[in-house]
Design a protein around this ligand. Structure first.
Ligand code: HEC
Length: 412
């Protein structure tokens, strides 16, 4: 029962996260494009930087942008902040459900670092907070006055963090945490800098003072960082479905390449929306970087010692179960041809989703997933290519339910 709830919770949180992410990124793309399309011209009202016309949904919009602010406060003002906050909160919830809830499976790789779950989780959460603090200090330092230099330093910083994560977490845990750190920086930019600065601007307006333009400039700088980080963060979030990206030796260099690709693609669109020349070369550069990433991903898994055969205490019961011999036979006979360090199934270059089912420890650690994929559903093997029988599925189910005390039905 618990597993059923967990699986649905996972799905629900992911659903919310994708929706809020679309809302956030959608509005942020929209505003960047809007900003860039503004045209300065004669005859605009005082305080207006530029205007632009748009057509959508059966009507025309005439958009004006006031920098720093209009002379008096409008009666109604729409703020864009909940999209960002909700994306971060749902994302954090998702990382808790998926990576912290199943840390032995997804976050910890005992060949990399033999961490206890609480240690891995603490590193994960502390890293997110520390990463934001360092980023914010860098932006506020004298470096922050030179945009290009700041970009270069931030690039090195993020790549160093990604490398650091690969030294403590599984490849999957490392990439998701790199993505989560970037996303935390982006959300914190909104809640800690962009919105407070806008609030101060509004407050000065209401007090009849003229707002400090530095507030707007700082918000704009953070907003540009967010803009350039959007595409890499999406790559990082999706990367955990692609073992050749996250579970190969140069995964952190791939992160570096993706950061640059994100910037080069955004540069194209930013120039396009600004009505400047279209820098087509950015696509060529992106394609080259993509090819380099593909090439690096062939390097195979990181060289580590032999996988530890020790059975973690948390799954001892599953291995000790009377059904385990039968389970091992089913899994090694019907699953391991694909789910192995070196799969023998044609067209499967790497263990799918990095799920390896060869040793007793691996089988036991993946038990909840085996249960969901092959006992309670017939998702695995794909198309039942290895002909798992109904009796085999029943054995897998019984093994898991008895050893973990799971009830099969929630509603009856
Ligand atoms: C023919 C190759 C093949 C065989 C045999 C196979 N799998 Fe898979 N497995 C895959 C592929 C491909 C994926 C990735 C599916 C995807 O990305 O949606 C996968 C994914 C999985 C996942 C991860 C699912 C997720 O959502 O992360 C689990 C767990 C799994 N398989 C278990 C099993 C079990 C248990 C068996 C044996 C009963 C099995 N597989 C047999 C190819 C195979």
């Amino acid at each position: 029962m618990f597993d059923l709830l967990w699986e649905w919770l996972n799905f629900a949180v992911r659903w919310v996260h994708v929706i809020t992410g679309i809302a956030w990124i959608g509005s942020s793309f929209y505003f960047v494009a809007l900003d860039l399309s503004l045209k300065k011209r004669e005859g605009l009202p005082a305080g207006v930087y530029g205007d632009t016309w748009q057509v959508h949904g059966g009507g025309f919009y005439h958009m004006l942008k006031y920098t720093v602010a209009p002379a008096s406060m409008p009666d109604e003002l729409t703020w864009f902040k909940w999209e960002s906050y909700a994306t971060w909160v749902s994302g954090f919830f998702l990382i808790c459900v998926l990576y912290y809830g199943s840390s032995e499976l997804f976050l910890i790789n005992r060949e990399v670092a033999d961490l206890a779950p609480w240690q891995a989780i603490s590193i994960g959460i502390a890293g997110l907070a520390a990463g934001w603090i360092v980023y914010d200090l860098l932006c506020r330092s004298p470096l922050g006055r030179n945009d290009l230099l700041l970009y270069a330093v931030l690039f090195v910083f993020v790549v160093a963090i990604a490398w650091g994560y690969t030294q403590v977490f599984s490849g999957r845990g490392a990439l998701i945490h790199t993505g989560a750190l970037i996303a935390t920086i982006m959300s914190a930019n909104v809640i800690m800098v962009i919105i407070p600065n806008q609030k101060k601007t509004v407050a000065s307006l209401l007090a009849g003072e003229s707002p400090d333009p530095a507030l707007g400039a700082q918000a704009k700088q953070r907003s540009m960082h967010n803009n350039y980080l959007t595409l890499p963060v999406l790559f990082m979030m999706l990367s955990n479905h692609y073992p050749l990206v996250f579970a190969t030796r140069y995964n952190w260099i791939i992160v570096a390449l993706v950061l640059v690709m994100g910037v080069s693609i955004r540069h194209f669109f930013n120039s396009l929306h600004a009505g400047k020349d279209k820098p087509w070369w950015t696509w060529a550069a992106t394609a080259v970087l993509f090819l380099v990433a593909m090439w690096l991903s062939q390097a195979g898994p990181p060289e580590r010692g032999e996988p530890s055969a020790a059975i973690p205490a948390s799954v001892e019961k599953l291995v000790a179960s009377a059904d385990f011999d039968a389970v091992r036979d089913i899994v090694t006979g019907r699953c391991s041809m694909c789910h192995a360090a070196e799969p023998v199934w044609e067209g499967i270059p790497h263990a799918p989703r990095d799920v390896k089912l060869e040793t007793d420890a691996e089988i036991a650690l993946h038990a909840p997933m085996i249960y969901a994929q092959a006992a309670r559903s017939n998702a695995m093997p794909p198309g039942n290519v290895t002909e798992v029988s109904a009796a085999d599925r029943e054995t897998l189910a019984r093994w898991y339910e008895q050893a973990t005390g799971q009830k099969r039905h929630f509603f009856w």
